[in-house]
Design a binder for this molecule. Structure first.
Ligand code: GLP
Length: 268
């Protein structure tokens, strides 16, 4: 696991956007061989999306040959509802870049048969040879996508009931009214994320500090589903200083020093 620590959220966003853009450009994707990018919603990626849009407008990256798969979507919320993840993605990213409509994949939380929809999604990812880079965020309870505490660490895309903490956390997007938050969602599984060639998570703010500690310093545990990334060969956590507040000082020092070595500033 690589942990990149920057002082503030803005720097994390710039680093993340740059990392994704460099990956896309290095892959030199074509129509027949597109770059497959997994994407999250939530507040964590918003600044990174802004940065990606800016860099796209400056002509530094094209999304013409990028195919995206979003992590999750509420069940039963119209896709035009302002808080649907469909609407979120269009507002915060897709409407501002050159990605073709047909390259965008988001789970349909209104499908007649939700189990069939989940299988279709898994099959479609496989048909592209899997996800090249899965960007994500985490919940304060260490969940990824909607893989709440107790989720199987080998889970696949499925219907999931949301727990009370997540419903309360997401109420801020629904007029702070918990009764308006959908209680069920479709989500990729922990196993689905683990199958990605690379996983990059944005973890910022003090409210993620306990989760970061459990995920990095604790053992692999289904109560903190992101901890499964300890078993991933290419996982990066992009954090701000605030999120690292519960880590041991030596853990922070260790990962900051590694980044210095990567930058060529190793011991002389
Ligand atoms: C929701 C989403 C997750 C997201 C999490 C954290 O539960 N399903 O994908 O990572 O919220 O959201 P935020 O980034 O707003 O803290």
């Amino acid at each position: 696991m690589r942990i990149v620590i920057k002082p503030e959220q803005q720097e994390v966003a710039a680093w993340t956007a740059n990392y994704i853009i460099e990956k896309i450009n290095a892959a030199n994707p074509t129509t027949d061989n597109p770059f497959i990018l997994g994407l999250p919603t939530g507040s964590s990626p918003v600044m990174a999306y802004k940065e990606m849009i800016k860099r796209h407008q400056q002509g530094e990256v094209s999304f013409k040959n990028v195919v995206t798969f979003n992590m999750d979507e509420y069940v039963g919320l119209d896709e035009h509802h302002p808080q649907s993840y469909h609407a979120f993605m269009h507002d915060h990213l897709f409407d501002h870049i050159d990605i073709p409509k047909e390259n965008i994949n988001i789970l349909n939380g209104n499908a007649a048969d939700l189990a069939v929809e989940c299988q279709r999604y898994e099959d479609k990812m496989k048909s592209y040879g899997g996800i090249d880079l899965f960007l994500g965020g985490i919940g304060p309870d260490g969940h990824i996508a909607f893989n709440e505490p107790g989720s199987s660490l080998v889970s696949r895309t499925r219907v999931k009931s949301l727990n009370y903490d997540t419903i309360v956390a997401n109420a801020r997007f629904f007029d702070n009214d918990v009764t308006k938050v959908p209680t069920t969602a479709l989500t990729v599984g922990v196993g689905t994320v683990m199958d990605a060639k690379e996983v990059l998570l944005i973890i910022t703010g003090y409210n993620k500090a306990r989760a970061l500690r459990e995920v990095v310093e604790g053992g692999i545990n289904h109560m903190w589903t992101v901890s499964m990334l300890q078993m991933h060969q290419h996982a990066i956590l992009a954090c701000d200083d605030h999120a690292t507040m519960e880590l041991q000082a030596q853990t922070v020092k260790y990962f900051k020093e590694i980044e210095e070595v990567i930058l060529g500033n190793g011991p002389k």
